[in-house]
Design a protein around this ligand. Structure first.
Ligand SMILES: Cc1cc2nc3c(=O)[nH]c(=O)nc-3n(C[C@H](O)[C@H](O)[C@H](O)COP(=O)(O)OP(=O)(O)OC[C@H]3O[C@@H](n4cnc5c(N)ncnc54)[C@H](O)[C@@H]3O)c2cc1C
Ligand code: FES
Length: 278
């Protein structure tokens, strides 16, 4: 059950560019959250923006009753959170949504992160490692500045590869190109993706071409996080269904099987957002 309470900010770390690590105290989120789940947050009681914003949970410390977010400040909601003074409270509802599920025995988990999409995949790496698995993590961005959590990835002690579109760090090119090169010689793999829409689409088509299962975490607009406002619907067609159904990404996602997502609809909703100046 999600819990709604004020969560004091315990620590803030600027990690380059507009990226921040923010640690909050919230015992229920710290105890219950699983990788892929998210919280709806809003700094203090400021009137702007009126609605809370969704953020994936990047880490939890149940013994300290804290959880950590990796936030890219892009607009008023994220900036207000990033500017919150330590000790001040944020409104926090969570944990919400679905979590990633582990691969079958003998299948290698291959995690693919773009930009702030690294957040849930760091927690997923730790959960898989605790379960005795060895996930392989691919972390890409437009340039080196977008790989702000590179030290945290190195510290995991798991196989990993970095890539940048402009070649300023790691392999040059899209992160999914690095994944495709790896998969060409690997054994059975299950893909897990979180990042920009184009990257998720590439993950879905890579999985389809190679006959692999992929789970992706989508990030549509979210107003409530509770299945009430319907701002987050995505069309999903599960096996056995004759046609796709609109499903709330906040309650039935954000993690979906990539093969079930009707990607043509997803692309259309993205372009409406872009046209609207989003
Ligand atoms: C399930 C989920 C998990 C998320 N996890 C994280 C996370 O771990 N870290 C993080 O920094 N952000 C995450 N986001 C995105 C974050 O919620 C948005 O960046 C935030 O809502 C922007 O609010 P704002 O008021 O700062 O910006 P707004 O003023 O609302 O928008 C400012 C600009 O940000 C862009 N923007 C806003 N929302 C999105 C979005 N969802 N996707 C792409 N572009 C967007 C728009 O292009 C717009 O121009 C997640 C979103 C979802 C749905
Ligand atoms: S965010 Fe309101 S229904 Fe999903």
């Amino acid at each position: 059950m999600p819990s709604d309470r004020e969560a004091p900010l315990i620590a803030r770390e600027a990690v380059g560019g507009s990226y921040f690590l923010l640690t909050f105290r919230h015992p229920e989120v710290a105890r219950q959250a699983r990788a892929g789940q998210f919280v709806m947050m809003k700094a203090g009681h400021s009137p702007e923006p009126p609605l809370r914003r969704p953020f994936s949970i990047m880490d939890v410390a149940p013994e300290l009753e804290t959880f950590t977010l990796f936030v890219k400040a892009v607009g008023s909601g994220t900036r207000e959170l990033a500017d919150l003074p330590v000790g001040h409270g944020a409104l926090c509802l969570g944990p919400l949504g679905t979590a990633f599920s582990p691969p079958p025995a003998g299948v290698e988990p291959v995690l693919i992160a773009g930009g702030y999409g690294i957040a849930p995949l760091l927690l997923w790496s730790r959960e898989l490692k605790r379960a005795g698995l060895t996930p392989r993590l691919f972390y890409g961005g437009r340039s080196r500045a977008d790989l702000a959590l590179e030290p945290a990835v190195e510290a995991l002690g798991l196989p990993h590869e970095f890539s940048t579109d402009d070649g300023s760090y790691g392999q040059a090119g899209k992160v999914t190109e690095a994944v495709a090169r790896y998969l060409a010689n690997s054994g059975p793999a299950a893909l897990y993706g979180c990042g920009p829409h184009a990257m998720l689409l590439a993950v879905a088509s890579l999985a389809e071409r190679r006959g692999l299962r992929a789970q992706v975490s989508l990030d549509p607009w979210m107003g409530c996080g509770l299945g009430i406002c319907l701002s987050c619907v995505v069309r999903v067609q599960r096996r056995g269904e004759e046609r796709g159904k609109y499903r709330c990404a906040c309650t039935e996602g954000p993690v979906f099987d990539a093969a079930d997502v009707v990607w043509s609809d997803e692309a259309a909703s993205r372009s409406h957002r872009e046209e609207a100046g989003a």
